[in-house]
Ligand binder design. Structure first.
Ligand SMILES: O=C(O)CCC(=O)C(=O)O
Length: 286
């Protein structure tokens, strides 16, 4: 835990989250790492030329050291610890990158609707990789909706026409849309939201990119209910608990196969340590 977070600002952020269902942390990650994240989006798009930039999902990154390095950054985990305690796993994470004048909207939804988690103890971090504002399609939230019951998938309107990121959403007529606020962020800032909070985003109508990384952290006591190993289940800090989830090994960096990033030399040593510490909960090793 850094001193920077032991401040009035941290307490204020937690108060906002508890009152309104979301909060913002400014200047969490440095420019150099954010530039690496932009390079990573480019690298992924080059590797997956048929994938839209809004759909750079975790299954494309299961064996991707830079992605695991990014979501396990101590500055993010120090904040996550305040929400979910010291034993932290990743449930899911993907880039929603909206290209200039082309990036799609995200319909109103609650994250928890889609997730096989029990209990629904999970927190979403949204890492801004570009400055993100109304014109380039920043996230929009309806504050104070975190106590709303979770809509089921059957209750959503289906809009599976390939023109928006999710393919379904809550009927806006059921929502107090005029109360929605834009979550305007600078690159390196992070917003945090509750799984029941109603949120979405507009299309990117600007000539600028809007790249963001969603990161869903769970305490290791939350069960991921899937038959197979979930591709983005990783223990990120602390210790897993027995008889609950299986996790992926942290992927080692292999030159020529993975994107190079600052710190690759130390990365493989760190992977070996983390994988050894949670060996009983990890399937195979890479
Ligand atoms: O990136 C966006 O515009 C929306 C993000 C979102 O819906 C989420 O993080 O759950």
């Amino acid at each position: 835990m850094t001193n920077r977070l032991d401040t009035w600002a941290m307490r204020q952020a937690m108060t906002n989250y508890n009152l309104h269902g979301y909060t913002v942390f400014k200047e969490v990650l440095d420019r150099e790492l954010i530039q690496d994240a932009r390079n990573h989006v480019d690298w992924l798009l080059h590797k997956n030329p048929d994938t839209r930039p809004e759909q750079l999902h975790h299954f494309l990154m299961q064996d991707d050291p830079f992605w695991v390095r990014l979501v396990s950054d101590d500055r993010l985990l120090d904040i996550a610890e305040k929400f979910i305690g010291p034993n932290i796993a990743l449930f899911a994470s993907h880039y929603i990158a909206k290209a200039p004048l082309d990036g799609q909207a995200v319909l109103w939804h609650q994250d928890g609707t889609y997730w096989p988690l029990k209990p629904m103890e999970v927190v979403t971090f949204w890492l801004s990789i570009d400055n993100s504002d109304r014109e380039n399609g920043c996230m929009r939230v309806i504050p104070n909706t975190q106590a709303t019951r979770l809509f089921s998938e059957d209750e959503l309107q289906q809009k599976d026409d390939g023109k928006n990121v999710l393919g379904s959403g809550i009927d806006p007529a059921l929502l107090d849309v005029p109360k929605a606020v834009d979550v305007v962020l600078k690159a390196g800032d992070v917003s945090v939201h509750h799984p029941n909070l109603i949120h979405g985003s507009h299309a990117n109508t600007s000539a600028r990119w809007r790249r963001g990384l969603t990161i869903r952290y769970i305490p290791v006591t939350t069960r991921i209910i899937t038959k197979e190993l979930h591709p983005s289940a990783f223990v990120l800090r602390g210790q897993a608990v027995p008889n609950l989830n299986l996790y992926n090994p942290w992927p080692k960096y292999v030159a020529g196969k993975h994107m190079r990033f600052k710190g690759t030399e130390e990365w493989n040593v760190r992977c070996a340590q983390v994988n050894a510490a949670n060996a009983g909960f990890i399937t195979g090793s890479k």
